[in-house]
Design a protein around this ligand. Structure first.
Ligand code: IMP
Ligand code: MG
Length: 182
C-alpha cells in the first residue's frame, strides 16, 4: 500500500495492478492508437465517472490531434444492461473516427448498449479501448480493439473506479476484502 497513507482502510486487500504497471500499459495503448489513427479525425469518447482518470493519462499518451467528449450513464437496474444516458455527448460524432474509452468491462452489457446508441449517429468508425478487462464474466460479444490488461473476476477499485463513490483517487488498482461488497 505504498503511497496510500491518507487513511489505512481495512477494506483494501492489496494492489492488483501498480501505478507503474498502469503507466506502462497506458503508454503502450497510446502508441498503438496513435499509429492506427494517424491521418484520421479521432474523437475520444469517455464514460463518466469511472473513465476520467484513464482518459486523462491516455489522451496525453496519444501523439495526434484529437477531441475529447464525455457521456454519463446510469444503469436502470434489474439486469439486462439497459442504461439511461444522464449526460449526452456535446459534439456530433457523424463522420468521425470514434474511440470509446472505458475503465473496465465486466459483463459488457453497459458498453453493448452504448455502442448501439453511438452507431445510430453514423460515425466513420467506432472502436473500443478498455484499460481493464474481466473477460471471464463477459456476456455481450464486443469488438474490443484495445485492451490494456486482463484481470481476474474480482471487484476492484482505484484509478477512477469506485465503491460507493470512494477510492477513485487511488493511483493503483486494488482488490477489496471479501465481504466488503455486502
Ligand atoms: P458491465 O456492464 O458489466 O461491463 O460493467 C460496466 C461498468 O461497471 C464499468 O464501466 C464500471 O463502471 C463498472 N464496473 C464493473 N466492474 C467493476 C469493478 O470491479 N469495480 C468498479 N466498477 C466496476
Ligand atoms: Mg465505466
Amino acid at each position: 500500500m505504498r503511497g496510500y497513507h491518507a487513511f489505512h482502510d481495512p477494506a483494501l486487500e492489496g494492489v492488483l495492478v501498480s501505478a507503474e504497471q498502469i503507466s506502462e500499459v497506458v503508454t503502450r495503448l497510446g502508441e498503438q492508437i496513435a499509429a492506427d489513427y494517424r491521418g484520421r479525425d479521432l474523437a475520444l469518447v469517455t464514460v463518466l465517472r469511472g473513465g476520467y482518470v484513464f482518459i486523462a493519462d491516455l489522451c496525453r499518451a496519444i501523439d495526434l490531434p484529437l477531441t475529447l467528449d464525455f457521456m454519463a450513464i446510469s444503469a436502470y437496474g434489474g439486469g439486462g444492461g439497459a442504461v439511461r444516458i444522464t449526460k449526452d455527448l456535446d459534439d456530433d460524432i457523424a463522420g468521425r473516427h470514434v474511440l470509446v474509452v472505458e475503465d473496465i468491462i465486466d459483463t459488457g452489457l453497459t458498453l453493448n448498449y452504448l455502442i448501439g446508441v453511438l452507431r445510430q449517429r453514423k460515425p466513420a468508425s467506432l472502436e473500443v479501448c478498455t484499460l481493464f478487462d474481466k473477460d471471464v464474466r463477459r456476456i455481450a460479444d464486443l469488438p474490443l480493439e484495445y485492451v490494456g490488461t486482463r484481470i481476474p473476476d474480482r471487484f476492484v477499485v482505484g484509478y477512477g473506479m469506485d465503491l460507493g463513490g470512494r477510492y477513485r483517487n487511488l493511483p493503483f488498482l486494488a482488490t477489496l476484502h471479501d465481504g466488503v461488497m455486502g
